[in-house]
Unconditional design. Structure first.
Length: 331
C-alpha cells in the first residue's frame, strides 16, 4: 500500500501533467516488453516492436526490471522533453548513482546487477552516455511511431480529470485515479507492491497520466525527490493500428477538406491554441489559423482571446459532425 500524506498546502499545489512524460513511458513500456505482455491492449504493440528493440533494451532493462525497484535517476523531470531528460540523465551525480544502485540491490535481492554497474557507480560519463543513447534508440523504435496516440490519450484523460475537479473537487479526482484508490483526507491510499508512505511536506503532488502504465500506480522511491504519482489511463483496443477509413470519416473529409476535418477532430479533445492545433495536425500555424477562421465562420469552432493568444474549442454543431472513427493525425 502506498499512502500519500497531504496538507492543505499540498492540495493547493497538486496539479496534472498535461502531456506524457517520455522517460516514464519509456521505462513502463519496457516493463510491458519484459513481462511479455500478451494482453489485448499491449500484446499487438509488443509483437509489432519486439524484434526491432532487442538490442535497444539490454542496458536499460538491467536498471529497470519488470518488477521491483527501478532506479529513480532513469525518470528525470524535464518538462516532458526527451532531449532535456536524457541530458539530465547524462549529468546524474556520482553520489546519487551510488545510492540508487545500492538501493537497487537492497530492494531487488533476486536480481543481479551487471558487472558494469560498478563502473557506473563511479559516475562514468561513458556509461551514462550509453544509457542516454540507448534511451533515444528505444524511444525512436518503440514509442515515436505511436507518440501521437500516446499524447492524445493522455491529454484526453487530463481533460476528463479537469471536469471531475470542476464538478466534484479533489475528492472526486483522487478517489478515482485507480480502482484501489481511497481518499480520506489527509491521506490518499493506493494499491502498491510494498508498504510506503510519502509525506508531501507542502511540495504538492504532480499527477502524471501514463499510457503504458497498466496494473497500478507507481511513484519515485526517494522521498527527497519532487513528488510524482504515475497512474494508468483507459485505452481503446487496437490503438496501435490506424483507424479504418469509415464512411463517416470520408464524408467529413469530403465536406470540409482534409485540413479542416483534422483540425475539427483535434480540437474536439479540449481547448487549444492555434499553435497547439497546428502541431497536432501537422499544419503550419498560418494554415491552421486560416482554416480555423473558416471553421469558426461555419459555427463549428468557437474562439476566444486569452491574454496574448486565441483559444479554440468545438461547438455543439461541430461535435455533431464528428461521428464515427477519429481522423488519424500525421506523424
Amino acid at each position: 500500500m502506498l499512502r500519500i500524506h497531504f496538507s492543505s498546502d499540498d492540495l493547493a499545489r497538486t496539479r496534472f501533467a498535461e502531456e506524457p512524460d517520455p522517460m516514464w513511458e519509456l521505462n513502463i513500456s519496457l516493463h510491458r516488453l519484459q513481462r511479455r505482455d500478451a494482453s489485448v491492449l499491449f500484446g499487438p504493440w509488443r509483437r509489432e516492436v519486439a524484434s526491432s528493440l532487442l538490442g535497444a533494451t539490454r542496458l536499460l532493462s538491467a536498471l529497470s526490471p519488470a518488477r521491483g525497484y527501478t532506479c529513480d535517476f532513469l525518470t528525470p523531470p524535464a518538462d516532458r522533453d526527451l532531449a532535456v531528460q536524457t541530458e539530465a540523465l547524462r549529468a546524474t551525480p556520482r553520489r546519487r548513482l551510488r545510492i540508487e544502485l545500492e538501493t537497487f540491490e537492497r530492494l531487488n535481492p533476486g536480481t543481479r546487477l551487471p558487472a558494469w554497474s560498478a563502473e557506473l557507480a563511479t559516475g562514468s560519463t561513458r556509461l551514462l552516455g550509453r544509457l542516454a543513447d540507448t534511451a533515444h534508440a528505444y524511444f525512436d523504435a518503440g514509442l515515436r511511431p505511436y507518440w501521437h496516440t500516446v499524447h492524445d490519450a493522455v491529454r484526453h484523460d487530463v481533460m476528463l480529470r479537469a471536469r471531475q475537479l470542476a464538478h466534484g473537487g479533489w475528492e472526486a479526482v483522487l478517489g478515482t485515479l485507480h480502482t484501489t484508490a481511497r481518499w480520506e483526507y489527509p491521506v490518499l491510499s493506493l494499491g502498491f507492491p510494498v508498504e510506503q508512505d510519502l509525506h508531501l511536506g507542502g511540495r504538492g503532488l504532480l499527477l502524471q497520466p501514463s499510457f503504458f502504465c497498466r496494473y497500478g500506480p507507481t511513484a519515485l522511491f526517494d522521498p527527497g525527490l519532487a513528488p510524482v504519482l504515475v497512474y494508468p489511463i483507459e485505452h481503446r483496443p487496437g490503438w496501435e493500428r490506424p483507424c479504418p477509413d469509415s464512411p463517416a470519416r470520408r464524408s467529413l473529409t469530403a465536406l470540409l477538406g482534409r485540413a479542416r476535418a483534422l483540425l475539427l477532430e483535434a480540437a474536439a479533445d479540449g481547448t487549444f491554441t492555434t499553435t497547439e492545433l497546428a502541431r497536432r495536425t501537422g499544419l503550419t500555424p498560418s494554415n491552421a489559423s486560416r482554416h480555423l477562421t473558416a471553421l469558426r465562420e461555419a459555427a463549428l469552432v468557437s474562439s476566444r482571446r486569452h491574454r496574448n493568444t486565441t483559444l479554440h474549442t468545438v461547438t455543439a454543431l461541430g461535435v455533431s459532425l464528428l461521428d464515427g472513427c477519429p481522423l488519424p493525425l500525421p506523424a
